[in-house]
Design a protein around this ligand. Sequence first.
Ligand SMILES: Cc1cc2nc3c(=O)[nH]c(=O)nc-3n(C[C@H](O)[C@H](O)[C@H](O)COP(=O)(O)OP(=O)(O)OC[C@H]3O[C@@H](n4cnc5c(N)ncnc54)[C@H](O)[C@@H]3O)c2cc1C
Length: 500
Amino acid sequence: MYFPLFYLTLSSVCLCRFTFASDPSVIIIGAGPAGIAAAAKLLENSITNIKILEAENRIGGRINSVEFSESGKFVDLGAEYCHGQTNNIVYELVKDLNILEPISQDFSPALYYSNGSRLDSAFTEELQAVILGYDSHDSNYNTTGAAIGDIFLKKYNATIVKKYQNDNEKSKILKEALRLAEQVSLMIDGAFSWIDTSAVKHYERSEGHQLLVWKGRGYKTILEVLTKQHPDPKEKLPIDDKIFLNTQVSKITWSSNNEVVVKTLDNTTHVADHVIFTPSVGVLKEQRDALFDPSLSSPKLKAIEAIGIGGVMKIIMHFDNEWWRDEDVIFAFLWSKEDLSNVAREFPFGPIKNEISWLSAVTVMAKVPGNPGVLIAWLTGDFVPEIEQTPVETLKDGCNYLLNKFLGKDYNITTPDGILKSTWRSNSHFRGTYSYERAGCDKDNIRYQEDLAEPLKVQGKPVVLFAGEATNPVHYSTVHGAIETGYREAQRIINLYKKH
Ligand SMILES: Cc1cc2nc3c(=O)[nH]c(=O)nc-3n(C[C@H](O)[C@H](O)[C@H](O)COP(=O)(O)OP(=O)(O)OC[C@H]3O[C@@H](n4cnc5c(N)ncnc54)[C@H](O)[C@@H]3O)c2cc1C
């Protein structure tokens, strides 16, 4: 493996050439899972001179579990599922605590057409297999440099479209289902268009259940486990007084005197031997020039460009009675061409683009095990930034309209009595949801996440270290990937000071 080898080389070189303080000072920028994991690892290794500077008024970053309704249960505006069991640090940390459960083992989405009919289950399953297999590899296609959307379209036309070419009704639906196929891919990759997503992915899936949930406790539980507050609060690491909320870093000056100077928006200056930088690649895209002095090297700038981040949005609704059936886990919405072009006239509220309503961005609605009465709508595509600005009352009316239009013949739908929306893309502390590999960037044979992870060094000493999900070459875009990088960079510092 690349990284362990790298640590070894680095630590031996540095220990010969420099003398360091025995208790180095470390500033961690960002209190998301990468930052909290880094802090926990440093504290556990007796590096206690640390500060965590966080721009938001809460910890957790893209984990944001919110108490919703009167049930005392938490819903997640950000990360929700633990994806897989093997080689997954989240699963590893909690597997003996009985706090994760898989959502239903086997489920097909209830796929509804905009005329209010439910598509027959055999055809739904066939379509689902094709759509969910959107990124499966097929040696018939040369994927180098290609976008996933282009490859999918070729495969789609050559298989299921060809199969039903003499069936007019299904052929029409298959044409319309292409939108849904793209939307499903955007939910998974977090991009705004599947033409921007690489057909070659280096993501390594952890085997096992892909959708494990937190029994109504929310993904925040992992932060409690990392800091040892759970299961025994008495064991909690001494981290609280090291976290500074509402403290946005505005400048990192890193080249002089072996010390890094960190300035915050309120003009306070902090100095440390090392900084671990964890904000998203969305933040880096927007603020890289303002944040770093001296500026970042060209491989780092290229990596920031090559790694994409778009945005998905969640609308979380609570209903005082569950009008859906027990076996329903997820509803998917397939628009006919005609309904899609009419909907902006029928429901003229909220953003409209190219005469199409924002409602077309609602991809699925999923129920949440452990949270009775809750449905979460997932919205995708480049409409998301505008929808994030829309008042929740309009979103509530829109979701109500949509549910009645698609499902109203089968269910007695009620109006939600509580609603929340996420705003990840609009928030300048995130500027997106999770990272992806951009189309065309695989041609250079460069692993851009590794370039992004490369520390900034002064005379061989790593002074600014980079963690965060987008610096993980194989588990990017996930919480487990973020935690691994926090541990990785904390370990890099620990190795520098380890006594031999
Ligand atoms: C809607 C959504 C759904 C998701 N679903 C899942 C899922 O089901 N499973 C999964 O594994 N992952 C999921 N993810 C992805 C997962 O949440 C992220 O990969 C992970 O949280 C990233 O952690 P991080 O520590 O790298 O970054 P972050 O969580 O973004 O933490 C970085 C922190 O830095 C702070 N910051 C930014 N700029 C500054 C500054 N200038 N000064 C100080 N602080 C700053 C931010 O406020 C933030 O708290 C989802 C994300 C979203 C948004």
